[in-house]
Write a protein that binds this ligand. Structure first.
Ligand code: CMP
Length: 142
């Protein structure tokens, strides 16, 4: 089925000028960008987005990192988009990511892992709504 998923290019990858290279991976995989913008998250925005991890030991470092510089947020649309996106991202820990995946090629560590992707259709809907209003999503008819 055609799905939408949510993507973040994280501060490390933006700082290293990898936005275009990562967009190329999305488009080559058949995922269409239907919304996108650059943001520099506040502490409150980062804490809210990652609220499900608030009890984890890495939460403080995660919020610190995600507010350390600008990010790109995107909505990607395509066949089986949630899984297709996670496949091209590779494992959360770049040390475990398959060769040729975004995290294998652009990330240094599990903390600074270049990109985020929703893990399910339900979380995608919630994450998209966290950053985008309905009128910011552009239907792709061709
Ligand atoms: P992300 O998909 O953005 O969701 C939460 C982030 O926490 C994750 O990617 C990692 O960058 C970061 N993180 C740091 N340590 C861990 C860990 N042990 N397990 C999962 N995520 C971690």
């Amino acid at each position: 089925a055609i799905e939408r998923t949510f993507s973040i290019i994280k501060p490390d990858a933006v700082a290293k000028n990898h936005i275009g290279a990562i967009y190329n991976r999305f488009e080559t995989a058949g995922l269409k960008i239907v919304a996108a913008k650059m943001l520099h998250l506040t502490k409150e925005q980062a804490e809210g987005f990652y609220a499900e991890h608030s009890e984890r030991g890495f939460f403080g470092a995660l919020v610190e990192f995600m507010t350390s510089g600008p990010i790109m947020v995107q909505v990607l649309e395509g066949e089986n988009a949630v899984l297709a996106h996670r496949d091209i991202l590779g494992a959360t820990n770049p040390a475990d990511a398959a060769p040729g995946t975004i995290r294998a090629d652009f990330a240094e560590s599990i903390d600074e892992n270049a990109a985020h992707g929703s893990d399910a259709v339900e979380s995608a809907a919630r994450e998209i709504a966290y950053f985008f209003s309905a009128d910011e999503l552009c239907p792709r008819t061709r």
